[in-house]
Ligand binder design. Structure first.
Ligand code: EPZ
Length: 432
């Protein structure tokens, strides 16, 4: 089994380039099926979730041509299958976006329940509410979700909980639905805007993406287009926190600073310096320990839940007491058990929605595991800041969403290696 081995205590200095946004590309790749044409997608991150999503598109009849590690040409004219089997659907959460595109293009889907990080309950009732607002009939046999319709029609839907996935899926199903669709209390994340930009370049008529009300006028057909994925807000934030925790000066390049505003403001509050430029931010630390702060995660433009574990790892060695409240997921503090093994002083309050972090002067290395993608990122950050050797297991979670994390951190001065400890130990033959 592969693991990361980190010898901590080294500052990070230099430049790191951020890739395309995972949560945008896992929506835009399936959206190419709606185009029923050839699309060229650039700035695609080289991560497991992308590989799995491209495999799903091919399994449905799509033709994927890899121009380079970050550029794909996707021809969906021969897509005809509307069934996504369990084996590939469960490889990632975003496989449920095939529901919206298949319903939107073929008036039918039968998709196995998705996989993804275990963050507590991850229902899809709001996705179903969106599809039903478009005149689809949904059945769920506990293994597959199926949708049928005698014809989609534009409709209105209000999401009582802000949901990225349900907003994306309703947009996907609505772009060709005759009439007008209104989505109220829509998610406003940058990846929603990126998806709408791709679809509008394909000929869709989507207005209001990035606000809480999205209006979609159904069009008869779409065509392919060229599109570059926006930079990944969470990958960028992860490297910002890595520098803040380990110390040093790091310029995070190829970002949209406005998408990082919450992270920047919270780091400034803790005494970390952050300078913003056109497409980069520079993080500077001038003292070994920073002050505490309180975090409350909410949908965009609030503090992103996907940065919550990383920030907690940083606060574990800050001065004073911090509180981190999780406003999106019901169980996103499992990783705290791993930080406790490294000497952190963190208590989770009864409802498991708040962690109280008493900063310690230092963490020590330990054998820990990545419980999920962002928990894994938090383990890396803690290992970089800790004294001694940290080994992180279950790093397949991290490979789902971070491209070349060892190479990028090593280039900044970190001592981190990917080790495969399943290799048989070398047998030493002594010659008499
Ligand atoms: C997306 O998940 C992201 N994943 C998650 O990032 C991210 O944490 C989340 O949005 C919030 O920003 C992808 O984009 C692939 P939601 P999603 O629907 O769409 C409840 C990462 O690390 N809800 O916005 O599944 C739900 O329980 C991953 O990159 C319903 O009640 O999240 C949660 O409390 C982890 N019913 C809240 O809404 C539904 O039908 C927000 O969930 C759907 C969601």
């Amino acid at each position: 089994m592969e693991k990361f081995v980190i010898n901590g205590g080294k500052q990070l200095n230099g430049e790191v380039y951020v890739g395309g946004a995972k949560n945008a590309v896992v929506a835009i790749i399936p959206a190419t099926i709606l185009a029923n044409d050839v699309s060229r997608i650039e700035n695609v991150p080289d991560i497991e979730d992308v590989a799995n999503m491209l495999e799903i598109v091919e399994s449905l009849g799509g033709i994927v041509t890899r121009e380079d590690a970050h550029t794909y040409v996707i021809d969906t004219r021969d897509v005809s299958c509307t069934i996504v089997e369990k084996e590939i659907a469960e490889k990632l959460r975003a496989s449920y976006y095939l529901m919206g595109v298949l319903l939107g293009r073929f008036n039918h889907f039968k998709v196995a329940l998705p996989g993804g990080c275990d963050l507590g309950a991850r229902p899809i009732d709001l996705h179903i509410k969106g599809f039903e607002a478009l005149n689809a009939k949904i059945t769920d046999d506990g293994y597959y979700i199926e949708a049928t319709t005698h014809g989609l029609a534009g409709g209105s839907v209000y999401f009582n909980t802000v949901s990225v996935g349900a907003t994306v899926n309703t947009i996907l199903a609505a772009v060709k639905a005759p009439g007008v669709t209104i989505i109220e209390n829509a998610a406003k994340e940058p990846h929603i805007i990126d998806l709408a930009n791709y679809l509008n370049k394909c000929g869709a008529d989507i207005r209001g993406a990035g606000t809480n009300t999205i209006k979609i006028k159904g069009v008869d057909s779409l065509r392919g287009c060229e599109h570059a994925i926006i930079p990944d807000q969470i990958e960028a934030g992860t490297y910002m926190l890595a520098c803040a925790a380990a110390g040093g000066t790091v310029t995070v390049k190829n970002v949209i600073p406005r998408h990082l505003e919450c992270i920047t403001q919270k780091l400034l509050e803790c005494g970390v310096y952050v300078d913003e430029f056109v497409d980069s931010v520079r993080v500077r630390t001038e003292k070994s320990r920073h002050t505490n702060c309180d975090i409350y995660t909410t949908p965009y433009p609030g503090f992103p839940t996907d940065m919550q574990p990383q920030f907690t790892a940083f606060l574990a060695i800050a001065e004073g007491v911090s509180t981190v409240s999780e406003g999106v997921w019901s169980n996103r503090f499992r990783y705290v058990d791993q930080l406790l093994r490294m000497g952190a002083d963190i208590k989770r309050l009864g409802d498991n929605k708040t962690a109280v972090i008493k900063g310690v002067s230092e963490l020590h290395g330990a054998l820990v595991k990545a419980d999920d993608l962002r928990a894994g990122a938090a383990m890396i950050i803690a290992g970089l800041a800790a004294t001694g050797r940290t080994e992180i297991e279950q790093i397949y979670h991290i490979d789902r969403g971070y491209e070349a994390v060892v190479e990028k951190l090593s280039a900044l001065g970190a001592d981190i290696k990917r080790v495969d400890d399943t290799e048989p130990p070398l047998t030493v033959i002594t010659v008499a």
